[in-house]
Design a protein around this ligand. Sequence first.
Ligand code: NG6
Ligand code: CA
Length: 501
Amino acid sequence: MAFILAGLILTGCKKEKKENTSVAQAQQKPNVVILYMDDLGYGDLGCYGATGLQTPNIDKLAEGGVRFTNGYAASATCTPSRYAILTGMYPWRNKDAKILPGTAPLLISTTQKTLPKMFRSQGYATGIVGKWHLGLGTGHVNWNEHIFPGPNEVGFESSYIMAATQDRVPTVYIKDGDVVGLDPEDPIEVDYNKNFEGEPTAISNPEMLTMTWHHGHNNSIVNGIPRIGYMKGGEAAKWKDVEMADHFLDKAKNYVKEHKDKPFFLYYALQQPHVPRTPHPRFAGRSGLGPRGDVILEADWVVGEFVKTLEKEGLLENTLLVFTSDNGPVLNDGYNDNTVEKTGNHDPKGGLRGGKYSLFEAGTRVPFITYWKGKIQPGVSDALVCQLDLLASLAGLAGTEENTTDSKDLLSVFLGQSNEGRESLVIEASSRTAFRKGNWLMIPPYNGPAVNKLVNIELGNSSAFQLYNLKDDMSQQNNFAEENLEKLEEMVKDFEVVRGK
Ligand code: NG6
Ligand code: CA
């Protein structure tokens, strides 16, 4: 039944396109919401096998939707993955797609194809709430004036964001290009190279810290938390870390309420469980796994509240939700927050090898769920899908087609009607790439340490080729590169074709 219904909707969309979409028809197009987590691992949710922590609200999406077991972020770090999900382009095609400082210029060209532009061209309202981390402006940003180009210049009609990450300055919210709550008498200055005279840092004033740093994170102090980068001024505009989840949730709920009369695309990028992990006091200590577990519970609650809003507004049956994460998990990402000690038997990697920053599976294979009440046939899919496919796939849903090189139209897979995913995929981690084809994963030789000792994660570097069969060996223990030369050669050849395109 669900198959037939979804089929009807798709045919409906195609027809609309031919007949030159009228406003009334446009209103019937389904809304799309992407719930994007930050550093959530493949094993961090009940529906992906976690037993040490409960995520009932996200699990409910998985139970009523499609839960992908081979769903990938395009990269093992944030900026490149976000670049890919929003542009449909492999991040390694853009040499600047690396973890960006808070002062970086906008990474997406204003002339580039993007997911929100596609939706907008089909009559959708488009909005972003949450983490951006794709750069702002064209060079030197003056945070006291209107900041552009940014999300509003690459397709989002409305934006309510943090510029980079929770651990990077500026620690303020930005609404449609303007810092929220800024007192003009107390202008903001930001510098990633040198401190402003007389301003306290984690090094000069450790007594001011409520959370201490392990590596990096020893510049300006905001709310007792040491950050990356130096910032001066903007006191009244500074966010309160423990309220960030509630704050963004409020904005996302309002977005839904204000746009329910028109189809909308909302990209809601949550900050959890990235560092610094600052659960609201309601969640502090609740998981028993330390702050990382607590903020995952907080995020699960947020998802539940957000879905409730869609339901109350009568939109749940007309909204496709995509839930996923920008990269895999890390325990110690630079603060002494006891996550390593408190994580116990919980395995955020869910049996995969590596983690954030890694070319091994845990870097890029992430929770990936599609949910559309009453429209998606619930199930588990092992089809190979990547976040970069959302552009071409959702275009079909919105009533158009996108001609793309990297993004594949897998709409029927995302709607649970087909299990025919990608044949192959290039994954990326800190500018290194590896190639998956079918169940095989090939990592070419790379210089560099086998393990990043600061975060205690295996990076995937080796002087020799690595070849794994992920079907029988998801934890990548058996390297077949020497044994199966024929497969290795085929993989290298195909990899070069894609990379050379
Ligand atoms: C790293 C930070 C890490 C995190 C990461 C970005 C240090 C030592 N480490 O450089 O804490 O902020 O960048 O994470 O500064 S991401 O999820 O946005 O890619
Ligand atoms: Ca991330």
